[in-house]
Design a binder for this molecule. Sequence first.
Ligand SMILES: NC(=O)C1=CN([C@@H]2O[C@H](COP(=O)(O)OP(=O)(O)OC[C@H]3O[C@@H](n4cnc5c(N)ncnc54)[C@H](O)[C@@H]3O)[C@@H](O)[C@H]2O)C=CC1
Ligand SMILES: O=C(O)C(=O)COP(=O)(O)O
Length: 524
Amino acid sequence: MFHVLVADSISSEGLTPLLEAENVKVYRKDREEDNYNPEDIDALLVRSATQVDDALLSSLSNLQVVARAGVGVDNIDITAATKRGVVVINAPDGNTISTAEHTFAMISSLVRHIPQANMNVKGAQWSRKKFIGTELFGKTLGIVGFGRIGGEIAKRAKAFQMKVVVYDPFLTDTRAEKLSVISLPLDEVMKQADIITVHTPLTKETKGLFNKENIPQLKKGVYLVNCARGGIIDEEALLHHLNTGHVAGAALDVFEVEPPTNHDLVQHEHVIVTPHLGASTKEAQYNVAFQVSKDVLAYLNGQSVNTSINLPTIPKEIYKKIQPFYQLGKTLGSILSQSAKTPIEEITATYAGVITEWETSILTKSIIAGFLRNRVDTTVNEVNAATIAKERGISYGEKHQTDSYGYSNIIQVEAQGKDVNLVVRATFIEGFGARIVHMNGFDIDFAPSGHLLYVQHTDRPGVIGQLGLIFGKHETNIATMHVGRMLQGGKAIMMLSFDQPLEKVLIDEILLIPDISSAIILEL
Ligand SMILES: NC(=O)C1=CN([C@@H]2O[C@H](COP(=O)(O)OP(=O)(O)OC[C@H]3O[C@@H](n4cnc5c(N)ncnc54)[C@H](O)[C@@H]3O)[C@@H](O)[C@H]2O)C=CC1
Ligand SMILES: O=C(O)C(=O)COP(=O)(O)O
């Protein structure tokens, strides 16, 4: 019997696949009579209210899958879940229409002051002059983040005969043409738009995308709309520029903290707000609950799922076998991505030893995902890695070979660009972990994790001493250090690990040592 915990308010109708399954027992967190043992829970279903952090994950020690009945997974610690082997799934398109409709309702309400006028009449007033609005017809709508919701908003804006300009670093020309929108750099969208609506996920790149410094570059009298995630438009900056009058008004469905604590912003006369209602329709709630219920059931029954954030869609028995290699693949991709300073055009994965008995295409995708993760600002996983690589002009392939260099398994990844050819080779040793055994022509041996510094130097007495002095001066402790060289007195490499991230200033100093040709920080 599988035990499923529904932690947030999720449509009962949509839960039918789970409720009707004979091998599943469903518990609702908000129903007192539903007694459950946290250690028995196999699947957790949430919306945006529950924070699925490492503490919650560790309390549900038997958890196999977390399902987000909705799109945004920023309330789920994906890294922690992945580390624990917990699959995270979501329902990416079940609430697209509802959210787009809500956003459009917010835009219309904002420019016609409908919520304020509504309160006015209900307060027994009749202030017609106070609520002079603005037409949408002929105005320029800027859409930042042109995915599913952004696309649906563009269609609606076109019906209102608006000009639509969009910014999305991953938008292809074909999609822009298909939806008759003009794709522009962010600063152009900012300059041209009368109204800007954001539809990106909340990531470290999109947090504060609109801030105190760049809001003044928007048209004076611009309207700003956020029905995506609180913080994409910095709340303090927004309040400041509403007060200066540079921003004419804002419509917010989402907040940096929910419920919001920035009362001055919420109460501002030119701000209209809703309590995170984008996806709150019967239709959307049924769709997202039904989608994730079907996927959770499939996963628990050992079948593949449609939309996993952190895993390829493969049966879990196979996943268990390849999981260490899968993590290692991501790490190798990330090492190459961080060490290549020029564009990479081709990635080749070579496998040797026992892993060649399994389906290695999944591992290759994990390498590509690891490589892209440092370079693109959206969630990259095995499901979308191929598409994103193609969009970026990166081709990839894989080979199997018999020579495993004396190890029981080997993954080697080669990254090629016009002026660069990088190679990294690794193995996974049961009970010991992953080791990098070769880098760019040098044999070496280190654990690929944490805060690392990859140094290329000449094998000469005193180089390591000079390096040590710099770290000593900055009171930075070297945790581990591995050196590799080909010939005495020739080119050599060092891999150092640290207990905390390194300061950039330290690298500048290291590069002044004459026998050091490069020093690259690797965060793994
Ligand atoms: N208010 C609500 O109730 C709801 C809010 N949402 C939010 O809306 C967001 C968007 O949802 P979808 O359109 O379904 O997702 P999506 O994944 O289809 O689209 C997101 C788009 O943002 C783009 N993007 C990523 N980083 C960017 C950056 N730095 N600058 C510009 N564009 C960037 C991506 O390329 C992608 O095209 C979700 O991440 C979620 O946070 C989603 C549903 C309901
Ligand atoms: O799907 C999303 O990303 C949403 O923001 C919807 O959130 P909710 O499920 O309504 O709490």
